[in-house]
Design a protein around this ligand. Structure first.
Ligand code: ATP
Length: 686
């Protein structure tokens, strides 16, 4: 990499830093990603062993991109062993590498869906206690996870999540009354996990952090593995992640990048003030700043700066564009989602055909993937290829989970969730019978071979079939792709029947993808754990989770429809931010919580600062009219309370160009009278 040509002075100073630990604290588009990539290249070019550099990011997408870009800038294969991962997946890798050290051999990683399954089982077993609470199993899990990630106690966690932080007497009374019951359920959940040898996502971090904290041998072993830890999006680290990182201050050198104005994970316990205390927490450290924005034109930064300026929090930031002036952002008022979707489709197609832009020059952002359902429908109808980021993952789809359940019980015969799923897959076995069969297997404590147990527990041909299948898959342990093949061969008829509604159109094609995915893993444990966490972009770096049939791996040119949370670090020529309407920005349930309002502001800030050249913000006309008591495009009617909190209230007119789509947009109108057909025209018979 030619550092001097590709970096400005500030970036270069950070990349070549010779002290022990560094935090680069800088605004959107100022080159943090570029800096972290350059740092890794610089270290490798100056003799560091790439296998001893670990890059940590919040999404697999970001990890892949950084690693690929580092490798691309290095001479052939010299960065081959460089590793990039999310916090969870890194901890999972460490646990697999050192099963004894972390005491987690033959444990199975469970995803949030399965966690919910376990919690429901626990609630069922303790029905009397659970019945007294008016909390859903998912809320119990949220409280549990929040407490462990933030290191807050149960009382405070209940207060924050269930009572929105309220401090009054009634709340106090209710918390005191419910706490023992919640405690009982959470302890039972914890016990169940231990018995079934499950690790939930938070456990991965906890297991590693705890060993590193208390066990000098763990620190010694890992210090042999690691010289440099490069951490992206530092503002989103939570106390649990800090706990994981802290031992590494002694073990290796930390190089972190972050932006306090882009902290959007407080619901997972992230505290952006963490980056403000970096110097105090990390001995022998420095904090550098970067000021110039290379991504966007000044008009895009002007509205982003304006948004941040209105915050009561002083971020001490004013983004200044290196690129100078460009188009004014468009504020588009639409009357409903379908109108919005059709307008967006027109815009994309116009840019594609008339302006020579690619589909992939478009990034469409929304708070939730759910909101984009109409847009996706319009894109499919109008043949616009797209992929989605955020939302449900590939391995979490029901048909995939059915097949993977077999691999899971081969990996961990105590995996109760997987047993129930696998056994009930077969005709004639219901949940009650499945739990009976499973109880036999668990009580046997591994004395008898599982296929033998299955054969005796399920009489007749079915027992033989299921037992043989288990045996056949077990025999191939180690060859994960082969295991998928065998399982698919035996289960495909059942799967096709179970999902007959959309088997051919939607589901069948996922199995070759699953096989490819499985082939890329060296061990079953890794596939199940890693695959669950990070399968997003395993295939040649191409996303495989597309919901669009049109975006195949050969067709790399597609629009990205992403949740804002999954769009961190992304950028695009044209960026369309959907539904920036009252009650959405800030969201209705944030309204009595200042911290939540400010987090929503940062969410919008992240969205706006993704755009390079064209920024389009849409919002719903009726909801604007409702808060102002007046019609669009005026912003100055009789304001209601919602108008005061709405982020775009008071937006200076000169910062955007407002457009409003009429009611009849996109309705095709016919001529008033029928015309005559003239077939003689248009053909020259000479
Ligand atoms: N020194 C530079 N010269 C030219 N282009 C640059 C330079 N630094 C950054 N860029 C470009 O600016 C854009 C933003 O950079 P980058 O993605 O690294 O910023 P970032 O700080 O990580 O942004 P964010 O936090 O908003 O995701 C990229 O297109 C990058 O290539």
């Amino acid at each position: 990499m030619h550092l001097k040509e590709e970096l400005n002075k500030g970036q270069l100073k950070a990349v070549t830093y010779t002290g022990k630990h560094l935090l680069v604290l800088a605004g959107a588009g100022t080159g943090k990603t570029r800096t972290i990539i350059a740092r890794a290249s610089y270290l490798i070019e100056n003799g560091a062993d790439p296998s001893k550099i670990q890059i940590l990011t919040f999404t697999k997408k970001a990890a892949n991109e950084i690693v690929e870009r580092v490798k691309a800038g290095l001479p052939q294969s010299s960065g081959r062993t460089l590793n990039g991962a999310t916090f969870h997946s890194w901890c999972n890798q460490l646990i697999i590498k050192y099963p004894n050290l972390f005491g987690a051999a033959s444990f199975t990683v469970i995803d949030p869906d399965d966690q919910l399954g376990v919690m429901k089982m626990v609630a069922g077993h303790h029905n009397e206690v659970y019945g007294k609470l008016r909390i859903k199993p998912q809320q119990l899990l949220d409280v549990y996870s929040y407490a462990r990630n933030t290191k807050k106690n149960l009382t405070e966690s209940l207060r924050t999540l269930i009572y929105k932080g309220k401090q009054d007497k009634d709340t106090e009374y209710e918390i005191t009354a419910m706490k023992p019951n919640v405690e009982l359920l959470l302890r039972a959940y914890q016990k169940k996990k231990m018995e079934q040898r499950y690790l939930d996502y938070d456990d991965l971090l906890l297991v590693v952090a705890t060993q590193l904290k208390k066990n000098p041998e763990a620190r010694k072993l890992l210090s042999q593995d690691l010289d440099y830890l490069l951490v992206d999006e530092m503002q989103d680290t939570n106390p649990l992640q800090w706990e994981l990182l802290s031992p590494f201050i002694e073990i290796c050198s930390l190089f972190c990048v972050g932006d306090d104005a882009q902290s959007i994970y407080s619901f997972r316990g992230a505290d952006f003030k963490n980056v403000h205390q970096f110097k105090e927490r990390v001995k022998e450290s420095e904090v550098y700043k970067l000021e110039k924005n290379y991504r966007s034109t000044q008009e895009i930064l002007d509205i982003s700066n304006w948004l941040l300026d209105k915050s009561p929090i002083a971020y001490d930031k004013r983004l200044q564009s290196i690129r100078g002036s460009g188009e004014l952002p468009i504020l588009l008022n639409v009357s409903d989602e379908w109108q919005e979707a059709n307008w967006v489709a027109d815009e994309v197609l116009k840019n594609y055909t008339d302006e020579d832009r690619k589909f992939s020059d478009h990034l469409i952002l929304s708070r939730s993937q759910f909101y984009t359902k109409s847009l996706q429908a319009v894109f499919i109808r109008r043949k616009i290829p797209y992929i989605t980021y955020g939302g449900r993952k590939f391995l979490q789809a029901a048909h995939i989970k059915d097949l993977v359940s077999l691999l899971r019980i081969v990996n961990n015969p105590y995996d109760e969730i997987a047993w129930v799923r696998f056994l009930t897959f077969w005709e004639g076995i219901g949940e009650v019978r499945a739990s009976r069969i499973m109880a036999v297997i668990i009580a046997d404590e591994g004395k008898t071979e599982i296929p033998t147990l299955l054969e005796s527990a399920i009489p007749g041909k079915d027992g033989q079939k299921i037992s043989q299948l288990y045996h056949a898959v077990q025999k191939e342990k180690g060859k994960v792709g082969k295991m998928v093949d065998i399982a698919y061969e035996a289960m495909s008829l059942g799967l096709a029947f179970r999902y007959r509604k959309d088997w051919v159109e939607k589901r069948k094609g996922d199995f070759p993808v699953l096989k490819l995915l499985a082939d890329s893993y060296a061990s079953l444990g890794e596939f199940i754990g890693e695959g669950l966490l990070d399968n997003a972009e395993k295939m040649n770096g191409a996303p495989v989770l597309s919901e669009s049939q049109l975006a195949t791996s050969e067709n790399k040119d597609h629009v990205i429809i992403s949740t804002i949370h999954s769009a961190k670090g992304l950028e695009a020529d044209v960026c369309i931010v959907l539904n920036v309407s009252p009650k959405s920005f800030p969201s209705a349930w944030s309204l009595d919580d200042t911290d939540a309002i400010e987090e929503d502001r940062r969410v919008l800030y992240v969205a706006l600062t993704r755009a390079k050249n064209r920024l389009i913000i849409t919002r719903n006309t009726a909801s604007i009219a409702a808060i102002h008591g007046k019609s669009i495009p005026s912003n100055t009617g009789q304001a209601t309370d919602d108008a005061e909190t709405y982020f775009l209230t008071g937006l200076p007119e000169k910062l955007v160009e407002q457009q409003t789509i009429g009611q009849d947009f996109n309705k095709v109108k016919d001529a008033p009278e029928p015309n005559q057909i003239d077939l003689s025209s248009g053909m020259d018979f000479n």
